[in-house]
Design a protein. Structure first.
Length: 277
């Protein structure tokens, strides 16, 4: 049986995403994102599923681990995030005075929290918050987490879908040590890569010209400072297309002329939700 590691505890949105990807896999929690990446680096046949960005609140902040480990990206998965207010069995909304969750969960439900005058408490993850209040048995305490967390930890869903905006999606990346690339067919692909430019004036501007000339669309371009430096940056980039597409190859060849370091992270099919947006 294949293994998929995720950050958090059972019932987390990463757990839900892993179940969506491969419900037959052995799905195992890790305490930190670093632990997930280390597991994948040590166990080549395992996979990890990592939240990369959220449609509402932006990047999650795991770029430094992508640069450090350079794992292969096999797949992207957009998981619908439905935040629920969980409490003790029998508790009512009027009983709730405190709410616990991950910082992202609290931020994404800020309107509901303010309207109900709840005291916020930041925890390491959403499901861990649910587990914590299930042990305190305090009717005044609540957690923002998934309905799966309510089922696992014996809590009640007091209020469903309390997020600020509907259509809340988190983009997850499925990654691993082994290199795998889909065959180039008539499908929609994403190519993900990182690069570091040579130190010269207007280097970024010059390096991106090949994409415009060849009609290749960049969907992500994010900078991250090299370790112990604010003068040297890596860039994390996604583009629309397969690396075997001649237009993509020409664009990357042009980029390579300006780079000190270049590494392809993965080629994978675009998630259906991306294509339907």
């Amino acid at each position: 049986m294949s293994k998929i590691y995720f950050q958090g505890t059972f019932g987390a949105y990463s757990h839900l995403a892993a179940l969506s990807i491969d419900p037959k896999a052995e799905i195992l929690p890790c305490k930190t994102f670093d632990d997930c990446f280390n597991k994948a680096s040590e166990e080549p046949d395992s996979r990890i599923i990592i939240p990369e960005s959220n449609r509402i609140t932006g990047n999650i902040g795991i770029e430094y681990l992508i640069f450090k480990h350079r794992l292969n990206i096999y797949k992207e998965h957009f998981q619908k995030i439905e935040h629920n207010l969980l409490g003790q069995p029998g508790a009512k909304l009027k009983d709730i005075k405190e709410v616990y969750s991950h910082a992202q969960g609290l931020s994404q439900c800020s309107k509901f929290i303010k309207e109900n005058n709840l005291a916020e408490h930041i925890r390491a993850d959403t499901a861990g918050s649910a587990e914590m209040i299930s042990k305190t048995k305090d009717v005044k305490q609540s957690a923002i987490a998934s309905s799966l967390s309510a089922k696992i930890y014996g809590l009640e869903v007091i209020k469903k879908n309390i997020e600020n905006e509907s259509g809340n999606l988190t983009r997850f990346l499925v990654m691993g040590k082994n290199i795998s690339q889909p065959e180039f067919k008539d499908k929609t692909y994403i190519t993900s890569f990182l690069f570091k430019l040579k130190s010269k004036p207007a280097a970024l501007y010059q390096s991106l010209g090949g994409f415009a000339i060849n009609g290749v669309n960049l969907t992500k371009l994010q900078s991250y400072p090299e370790k112990n430096s604010f003068d040297s940056y890596f860039f994390l980039c996604d583009l629309d297309g397969h690396i075997e597409d001649p237009k993509v190859q020409k664009s990357l060849e042009e980029l390579g002329l300006h780079c000190e370091d270049f590494h392809v992270l993965g080629v994978f099919e675009a998630d259906s939700l991306r294509q339907n947006k």
